[in-house]
Design a protein around this ligand. Structure first.
Ligand SMILES: NC(=O)c1ccc[n+]([C@@H]2O[C@H](COP(=O)([O-])OP(=O)(O)OC[C@H]3O[C@@H](n4cnc5c(N)ncnc54)[C@H](O)[C@@H]3O)[C@@H](O)[C@H]2O)c1
Ligand SMILES: O[C@H]1[C@H](O)[C@@H](O)[C@H](O)[C@@H](O)[C@H]1O
Length: 337
């Protein structure tokens, strides 16, 4: 196979971005078909893209189609489980946007179904692993010159969120990125999570607990904290500082020019994740296409999606009880036995 024919399911904000990426920037791939619960949206997107993109009304029909070799799932999280099982059933490699599924039990069923199949078909859209700044931070920490990493401080701010973005989504849809980068940077599982809810901003609906402050405890004893604030008003900001025995390293201080003058410093801020992580999404999709053409996966696996779901599920329990909650993770050795 020299060209990967990709179908995109869900063409809202993220799916439309990926569809355009496939058409304009990705080598070795062709956007073959799109599908969305809102068919008019899929048709409008296809009409604006060159190359005869087919619109398929039923997402499950797109996944089964003979002219689709691989799938990008950018439907909402609640639709992922059924669509992932369909991808496994039809043997289609899939890049599934986070979250893998809505809870740990259904994510584990996905991991088990893929394992039963005997080959890895699922990659999860934890794109920060492909961001050059995060990759450089990982390389620096792994090199060991700073000694052992002890702490990670994370800040994750969105300019605004939609009115439907409830407290639970701040954990499951936003904080899940810090869950993944923390597991990845340390190379360890998160064993306990506490989600604190400070005074909420008055700029969202009553009852929405925004911002949130979480503490993750890792298997080896290190800790990470994260502030997630999805209605920050100012712009999109993702920062991460790793504190090690002999130094610290910070990423996300701002793309582009930072000025320091007259006792002030500053620069521009991106409006949202598509701008801040454009390079990461480009690299993620290109590496997914290249690996899929080789019959491999080259990124966060279904297990990574499941582990993140298990932490977020404990996080939701902590969000409602205010107490630290131990993460119940299946025994990896037993699952893959
Ligand atoms: N990696 C990232 O940084 C990032 C950024 C944004 C969104 N996401 C993820 O991408 C996914 C989509 O998010 P979004 O912001 O684009 O949402 P969105 O609401 O803008 O788009 C979702 C689209 O899916 C369609 N849809 C709804 N149910 C469907 C179904 N059953 N089958 C097919 N399509 C269906 C909707 O009509 C809509 O067009 C989510 O999983 C989200 O968490 C990831
Ligand atoms: O779905 C989006 C996406 O995952 C972004 O990367 C994150 O910053 C947002 O908080 C979330 O709502």
């Amino acid at each position: 196979m020299s060209e990967l024919r990709v179908g995109v399911v869900g063409v809202g904000v993220m799916g439309a971005d990926h569809a355009e990426r496939l058409v304009r920037k990705t080598a070795g791939a062709r956007l073959a078909a799109v599908s969305d619960a809102d068919q008019a949206r899929a048709e409008a997107l296809a009409a604006g893209l060159s190359g005869g993109v087919r619109v398929v009304a039923d997402p499950l029909e797109l996944i089964a189609a003979d002219d689709v070799d691989a799938v990008i799932l950018a439907s909402p999280g609640f639709a992922h489980a059924e669509q992932l099982f369909a991808c496994l059933e039809h043997g289609k490699p899939v890049l599934c946007e986070k979250p893998l599924t809505m809870d740990a039990a259904s994510s584990l069923r996905v991991v088990e179904a893929e394992h039963k199949l005997g080959r890895q078909l699922i990659q999860v859209g934890f794109m920060r692993r492909f961001d050059p700044e995060y990759a450089a931070l990982k390389q620096l920490l792994d090199a060991g010159d700073l000694g052992r990493t002890l702490l990670l401080h994370n800040v994750h701010r969105n300019k605004t969120s939609t009115p439907s973005f409830r407290s639970e989504m701040i954990v499951r849809d936003s904080m899940v990125h810090e869950v993944d980068v923390t597991r990845w940077l340390f190379g360890e599982e998160i064993t306990r999570i506490t989600v604190h809810t400070p005074k909420p901003t008055s700029l969202v609906a009553d009852g929405v607990l925004d911002p949130q402050l979480a503490v993750f405890e890792l298997a080896g004893g290190a800790m990470a904290d994260v502030e997630v604030f999805v209605n920050f008003q100012v712009g999109y900001e993702v920062r991460c500082e790793a504190v090690a025995e002999r130094g610290s390293a910070t990423i996300g201080l701002g793309a582009g020019v930072f000025t320091r003058a007259n006792e002030r410093w500053g620069g521009a801020m991106p409006a949202d994740f598509r701008v801040r992580f454009e390079q990461a999404y480009d690299i993620e999709v290109q590496r997914w296409v290249d690996a899929t053409l080789r019959g491999e996966i080259d990124g966060p696996s279904a297990w990574d999606g499941y582990a993140a779901a298990a932490v977020c599920e404990a996080g939701l329990e902590s969000l409602s009880s205010g107490k630290p909650i131990d993460v119940a993770l299946a025994d990896r050795g037993e699952v893959f036995a």
